[in-house]
Design a protein around this ligand. Structure first.
Ligand code: AHG
Ligand code: MN
Ligand code: MN
Length: 331
């Protein structure tokens, strides 16, 4: 792939060739997802414009009712992914219940779990937002997907990734053979390989946490963050604080620059296991990093419900291990 332009479609087929048993359904599923996120990227880019248009008559230039971006993203993904017979069911942050595949469509052997629009609170202030996805294989008998097909530990994921709608639109994914990043070239409408085989630095110098919750942190988290703020050039301290408030943006920066992202258990966990923590944990581990609840590996948590929340601490292995030592000292 030296120097050649590699589209994500080509890359996905090359990754499929690492699985001789692959039927091509997984590849086609990812292609459908790419189409959906291209449409979401287009809408994100003009979100501000629509708001202006919406202010005039609550209709956009096409005469459509202006939809909230997360509802728009939800509909784009469900419409693009339910028609081609690759999925047996879906589950989304935006829907309380499991999303069945309409009876008029064939059922497939995969499950899609997703956060259609991550960082919704940042939409109106033009800060990076994202889409997160996790793909499992169907494990129950019969054609229709069931809750058990969704409630699988992260170690069973067939693939996972995210899209960041930022200064450029990037799609980062893994199917278990490393992590690969693609940048959307809007002039041709293709995601082109820009970050092959991403590896997270073993140690960073940035920490990412909502400092506004500091008074409610558990003692281990509080002592770890205090430790990061002490001056010690030999260990690159004090670390810098970077916190976007969009998980996709904070994780992407951590993946590229190294460091640690924390959304701890106290004051209370917020991030959802199935479609935020698990996919991000698979990506970070595949890039050589580490992802924990503070007490156990994220990917080994046995899910019990669709929208359950977990503490999520992830990033450079040395930094996450240091966090675990502080927290476990306080058991
Ligand atoms: P979503 O917009 O999908 O609900 O996700 C928001 C999440 C996540 O993106 C981010 O890491 C976290 O909310 C930030 O939470 P705080 O504002 O509580 O720090
Ligand atoms: Mn989210
Ligand atoms: Mn969301």
């Amino acid at each position: 792939m030296d120097g050649k332009l590699v589209t994500i479609q080509t890359h996905i087929v090359q990754q499929q060739q690492l699985h001789p048993e692959a039927s091509g359904h997984f590849t086609a599923l990812l292609w459908d997802l790419v189409l959906a996120v291209k449409m979401i990227a287009r809408e994100v880019r003009r979100a501000g414009l629509i708001d202006i248009l919406g202010a005039i008559g609550r209709e956009n230039v096409h005469g459509d009712e202006v939809k909230k971006l997360d509802e728009y993203a939800q509909e784009r993904i469900t419409e693009s992914l339910c028609q081609n017979g690759h999925l047996c069911c879906m589950a989304s942050e935006e829907r309380a219940e499991l999303i069945p595949i309409p009876t008029r469509y064939r059922k497939g052997k995969y499950v899609l779990l997703f956060d259609p629009l991550d960082g919704s609170s940042n939409i109106d202030v033009n800060i990076s937002i994202g889409t997160i996805f996790s793909i499992h294989r169907k494990i129950t008998p019969g054609d229709d997907g069931r809750l058990e097909d969704c409630l699988q530990p992260g170690t069973k994921q067939a693939g996972a990734g995210y899209v960041i709608y930022g200064s450029s639109v990037m799609l980062v994914y893994t199917v278990g053979h490393g992590v690969h990043g693609f940048t959307l070239d809007p002039t041709v409408g293709e995601f082109l390989l820009s970050h092959p085989d991403i590896k997270i630095p073993p140690k960073g110098r940035i920490y990412s946490i909502n400092e506004g919750n500091a008074q409610a942190w558990d003692p281990g988290t509080a002592e770890y963050v205090h430790h990061l703020k002490q001056r010690d050039p030999a260990t690159n301290r004090p670390y810098s604080l970077r916190y976007v408030g969009t998980l996709v943006a904070d994780v992407h920066r951590t993946l590229i620059n190294g460091g640690i992202f924390m959304y701890p258990a106290s004051p209370k966990p917020k991030l959802r296991l199935l479609y935020e923590a698990n996919p991000m944990a698979m990506v970070v581990e595949q890039a050589g990093g580490r992802a924990t609840t503070g007490r156990e590996r994220i990917l080994e948590v046995q899910p019990t419900e669709l929208h359950q929340k977990v503490p999520l601490i992830l990033g450079s292995t040395e930094d996450v291990k240091a966090y675990e030592e502080f927290v476990q000292r306080k058991r």
